[in-house]
Design a protein around this ligand. Structure first.
Ligand code: VG1
Ligand code: CO
Length: 585
């Protein structure tokens, strides 16, 4: 007897709700019988059997523990549901941006990405699944809502009994005998992505920069899936010695670390770049510090960029890339950048670039899925807003070359800008710090910081947020006087709300996207609850203050007063018992 399609009875699991970016839970939760199958079936049913019949899907992940098991389950369920073909990255590895790129170049119907992104991996940590649609981007809210509905009512799923595990170690096509015919093609994880980067950038200009004797480059793959891409691009294409590429071997547990590229978790790289976890100079000898350092998260869609003894905030990075987009052939050849978009909590630095260039700026809720419609605006019959650069304060930057944020792309953007500023090999090196400071002196500086309070008990977090909702209501009804801020002279809230986004392209509305408190001078603080955690609640506090001329202060000094006001105002310390945040960036 060959493999046969069977219907397996199951019952619904609670909480299979896709968050900011897919479904994320403890690995032990994913390991429960039927758990993965339920979610995958709910997804395929949400997309529609008729839509997927005979079509192709892409599957790959960041190499974390249990991905291999999930991939084989997905293959069986796809086969049983009439999907024609699944393209899988070799060894099951594909970065999030590479999946987006593959879906687009192959014209696939969509894809599954197995990752909990920046969350740690391993038997005691997290797993995740996200579904991307045919434009290569994360499933929009309409689709994720349908998936969640299906998970609540599911009573059976289809799979193939007797189908052996497909060998993912060797590239090539495997035909699996099932009712309608079904094939799996294992592809090299990096080739398609590298070809795309070669089209977007002038790699030879970057290669010249990297060959300067006074320019040292270093990269940290954080033991995630960025490693193989970094080796292919930075080493094989651009000539960077392998010794400069650290932690570039994907590991099931990310080497026991937290694959989140920020000042706290990328501590190895941060120290190598001459900084401490607060972003201050560590006092290491500048001669021994590289000129450029970068890191990625588990699934390689995030990036952190550092200069010698210098941290570039993601919000500034977005603004600098946007201001210098013409250094990059992808933008230059299309006649220059047409618009910029950022998530609401991201600083307004990019807005100033948009204003100066008279192109539109869009502010969307947190999560990459909201950028997709802007990128597809032309195809959707609206004014074409592309080429477009998008970014989030959470170390995510990207453009319409794909429909996800892209960690390696962001590094290549920075290298392109550096290459353009350093065309004369005999002139002294223009550094990352020089470029950012030039930017500030032109546009002013948006001092910015994010405080994360991880793993707060959910009921305590809810109390903080309920308090903020009540204050917004009081402000709307009775004005600023009702906020009781007399002990904070100089800080008068000029407006506040719960952010709501109206998507001009498809007319959808997304409400309750964060609590915003604005001041007359453009300063603000914002509170949000994270949608990517797997236990308890994570409260994020975002603080921003703009200075036109006073651009040389340490961030902590510039924001001190505002942080105090935000904490007093929210009563966060008393309500949660947390005196200090878990991470400050
Ligand atoms: C976080 C970030 C958000 C990002 C999301 C997914 O979401 O704040 O900007 O898009 O992670 O990134 P939240 O809901 O926890 O604040 V990734 O690289 O983890 O897929
Ligand atoms: Co990620």
């Amino acid at each position: 007897m060959g493999p046969a399609v069977v219907t397996v009875e199951t019952s619904a699991f609670d909480g299979q709700k896709p968050g900011t970016s897919g479904l994320r839970k403890k690995t032990t939760v994913f390991q429960q019988e039927h758990y993965v199958e339920n979610f995958v079936q709910a997804t395929l049913s949400a997309v529609g059997e008729d839509v997927l019949r005979g079509k192709e899907l892409v599957v790959g992940g960041d190499g974390r523990f249990y991905n291999d098991v999930m991939i084989q389950k997905i293959l069986r369920i796809c086969a049983a549901n009439g999907v024609g073909k699944v393209v899988v990255g070799q060894h099951g590895l594909l970065s999030t941006p590479a999946v987006s790129a593959l879906i687009r170049s192959l014209g696939s119907a969509g894809g599954f990405i197995l990752t909990a992104s920046h969350n740690p991996g391993g038997a005691d940590n997290d797993c995740g699944i996200k579904y991307n649609v045919s434009n290569g981007g994360p499933a929009p809210e309409g689709v994720t809502a349908k998936i969640f509905d299906n998970t609540k009512t599911i009573s059976s799923y289809k799979t193939v009994e007797g189908m052996a595990d497909v060998d993912l170690a060797t590239c090539g096509v495997t035909a699996v005998e099932v009712l309608d015919g079904f094939t799996v093609e294992v592809v090299d994880s990096t080739t398609n992505y590298v070809e795309l980067m070669d089209k977007v950038f002038d790699l030879s200009a970057i290669k010249s920069l990297l060959s300067r004797p006074d320019f040292e480059f270093t990269y940290d793959g954080m033991h995630g899936v960025a490693g193989p891409y970094a080796r292919r691009i930075f080493h094989e294409e651009l000539g960077v010695p392998l010794a400069s590429l650290h932690n570039c071997e994907p590991s099931e547990t990310f080497g026991g670390g937290h694959p989140d590229p920020n000042l706290t978790y990328a501590s190895e790289l941060v120290a190598r770049m001459g900084l401490t976890s607060s972003g201050a100079k560590s006092g290491a000898s500048p001669d021994a510090i590289p000129d450029f350092g970068a890191a990625a998260d588990g699934d390689a869609d995030r990036n952190m960029v550092l200069g010698k003894e210098f941290f570039v905030t993601p919000s500034d990075s977005l603004a600098v890339i946007a201001a210098n987009a013409n250094c990059i052939p992808f933008f230059r050849d299309a006649g220059g950048l047409k618009s910029v978009a950022r998530s609401m909590p991201t600083s307004a630095a990019a807005d100033l670039v948009a204003e100066r260039n008279s192109f539109p700026m869009f502010q969307v809720p947190t999560g990459w899925k909201f950028f997709g419609n802007l990128m597809d605006s032309g195809e959707l019959g609206k004014e074409d807003l592309t080429p477009l650069i998008c970014g989030e304060e959470s170390f995510g930057t990207g453009s319409n070359h794909i429909r996800e944020k892209d960690g390696i792309w962001a590094v290549l953007c920075w290298l392109s800008i550096l290459a353009a500023r350093n065309e004369d090999p005999a002139a002294p090196l223009v550094s990352v710090e020089d470029i950012v400071k030039d930017h500030w002196s032109t546009f002013g500086r948006n001092y910015y910081s994010r405080y994360d309070y991880e793993n707060v008990e959910s009921d305590k977090a809810a109390k903080v947020m309920d308090g903020l909702t009540a204050k917004i209501k009081a402000f709307k009804e009775q004005g600023a006087a009702a906020l009781g801020m007399d002990d904070a002279p100089g800080f008068e809230i000029s407006d506040c709300d719960e952010f709501e986004y109206f998507d001009k392209v498809d007319g959808s509305v997304s409400s309750h996207q964060g609590w915003r408190f604005m001041f007359a001078d453009g300063s603000r603080f914002v509170f949000r609850l994270s949608g990517t955690g797997s236990v308890g609640a994570t409260i994020r506090l975002y603080i921003e203050k703009y200075e036109k001329d006073d651009i040389d202060k340490p961030t902590a000094v510039a924001l001190e007063g505002l942080v105090k006001v935000a904490l007093d105002f929210s009563d966060l310390v008393a309500l949660t018992g947390r005196k200090e945040p878990t991470v400050i960036t």
